[in-house]
Design a protein around this ligand. Structure first.
Ligand code: Z5A
Length: 217
């Protein structure tokens, strides 16, 4: 089977803490797909929360501060899933049906890591919400960019002001990181990339892991 046929319809996800370099890594995945002759018009890019008109409005809500009203943890969780359902049903599934490769900047694991690990919401409750809202839908391959939270946040700070979540204490991100690591360990179609390395080494590691995954398809 041609490589492009193997890749058609696949959903590749990048996960990681802020400043891990997800946006940068997505450009490396695009480069790897071009190397494998995937036409650029057959690639769909998504980000979460976001990616549809309504989901982008939800993104604004979860990132902003509202004076006099805190966003409760469970409301935050449900907003992430509301945005995700909109994205999966309106964008990701149709793109897969059109034989596109979909590259996701975050997906379901971010809710388990941030709302579960970081906020402390029961992981089983999150799994139940996922099951009710999305069933068995999941990524075909996940690249988790692992970084020490201090380093990631210092990179994020370099870009300007931090948002509502980015301003949380470092132990929040330590707990978030631990959930990402355990999810990656338990999933055969997921790998950890050391994101503290130079961009050149991160690119090399991503290419190698994608090559290994492709060889198994
Ligand atoms: N969230 C949640 O809580 N629950 C959920 O279910 C979902 C999300 C889906 C989304 O914010 C927020 O929502 C996020 C989690 C939460 N919260 N926070 N905080 P976002 O999309 O705006 O932010 P982000 O996803 O964390 O992306 P980011 O901050 O833009 O990070 P990034 O994409 O990983 O990083 P980057 O832009 O590629 O790189 C950051 C900087 O580092 C940049 O200047 C690069 O040039 C530099 N960089 C990149 N790679 C390297 C290397 N290798 N060395 C040195 N410097 C580098």
């Amino acid at each position: 089977m041609a490589v492009t046929d193997k890749l058609a319809g696949k959903f590749i996800v990048i996960e990681g803490l802020e400043g891990a370099g997800k946006s940068t890594a997505i450009s490396y995945i695009a480069k790897w797909l071009a190397k494998n002759n995937m036409p650029s018009e057959q690639i769909t890019y998504t980000r979460e929360p976001g990616g549809t008109e309504l989901a982008e409005r939800i993104r604004d809500i979860v990132k902003m501060d509202v004076v006099g009203e805190t966003l409760k943890d469970k409301a935050e969780l449900l907003l992430m899933y509301a945005a995700r359902v909109q994205l999966v049903e309106h964008v990701i599934k149709p793109a897969q049906n059109n034989q596109h490769v979909v590259i996701g900047d975050r997906h379901n694991w971010s809710s388990l890591a941030y709302q579960g690990g970081g906020r402390g919401i029961d992981l089983q409750l999150i799994e139940d919400i996922k099951q009710v809202s999305l069933g068995d839908f999941k990524a075909d391959f996940t690249l988790y960019l692992d970084i020490d939270p201090e380093l990631g946040l210092s990179r994020a700070r370099g870009r300007g002001e931090l948002d509502r979540i980015e301003r949380l204490a470092i132990d929040f991100f330590e707990r978030t990181r631990q959930v990402f690591l355990s999810l990656t360990k338990a999933e055969k179609n997921a790998v950890t990339i050391d994101a503290s390395e130079t961009p050149e080494l991160v690119e090399k590691a991503i290419f190698k892991q994608l090559d290994n995954w492709l060889a198994r398809l």
